[in-house]
Design a protein around this ligand. Structure first.
Ligand SMILES: *[C@@H]1O[C@H](CO)[C@@H](O)[C@H](O)[C@H]1NC(C)=O
Ligand SMILES: *[C@@H]1O[C@H](CO)[C@@H](O)[C@H](O)[C@H]1NC(C)=O
Ligand SMILES: [Cu+2]
Length: 171
């Protein structure tokens, strides 16, 4: 009787852990390793990543900066119009919940013009067409991105399996 309970508990925990391993998105620290500052090329940073729904952007920055999510026209022209959402404080987690483009800049005067702006294209996982790169010059690098994504899933799967086995042993 006790054994059945053990097995049930183990399988429930393992299945939840596995689901988390596959469903949980990836956290990307914007501009890593530099962060959100005046010295990072965000066009370049963003071009190495494919964003999927469920991923998070983590803005980490000195409080002399801020983060505004804005509409595309304001992003393109660095116009300080009305923000979709404003963030301050130096550490913000912004969820990328669905496919589409998102636009961010620092609202401090001059900073957007100096390059402190970020456009993110979120694509669905089964999407056959890759996201168009922000600049027409550099070709996209899907093999690298896919490898990175697989790597992330592989790592999480491995962690989930190890956790599951440990539980199987100890419960
Ligand atoms: C991403 O960051 C959030 C907020 O800090 C945290 O709750 C979550 O566990 C992180 N997810 C991953 C996959 O690291
Ligand atoms: C940022 O990087 C992109 C892509 O690598 C490049 O085309 C662009 O010239 C860079 N911008 C600056 C200001 O260096
Ligand atoms: Cu700034």
């Amino acid at each position: 009787m006790m054994n059945i309970v053990k097995v049930l508990v183990t399988f429930t925990v393992l299945s939840v852990t596995l689901q988390l391993a596959f469903v949980a998105g990836t956290n990307y620290t914007v501009g890593a390793p530099g962060g959100w500052d005046l010295n990072t090329n965000y066009t370049k940073w963003v071009s190495t990543i494919t964003f999927y729904p469920g991923d998070n952007l983590i803005f980490s920055y000195a409080t002399t900066h801020d983060v505004w999510e804005v509409k595309e026209s304001d992003y393109q022209t660095c116009t300080k119009g009305s923000a979709i959402k404003q963030y301050t404080g130096g550490n913000n987690v912004i969820a990328l919940t669905e496919a589409g483009s998102r636009y961010f800049y620092c609202s401090i005067t001059g900073h957007c013009g100096q390059g402190m702006k970020l456009q993110v294209s979120v694509v669905t996982k089964d999407s056959s067409s890759p996201p168009s790169p922000p600049s027409g010059n550099s070709p996209p690098s899907p093999p690298k991105n896919d490898a990175a994504a697989l790597n992330g899933i592989g790592t999480r799967l491995a962690i989930a399996l190890v956790l599951g086995e440990m539980l199987m042993f100890f419960v």
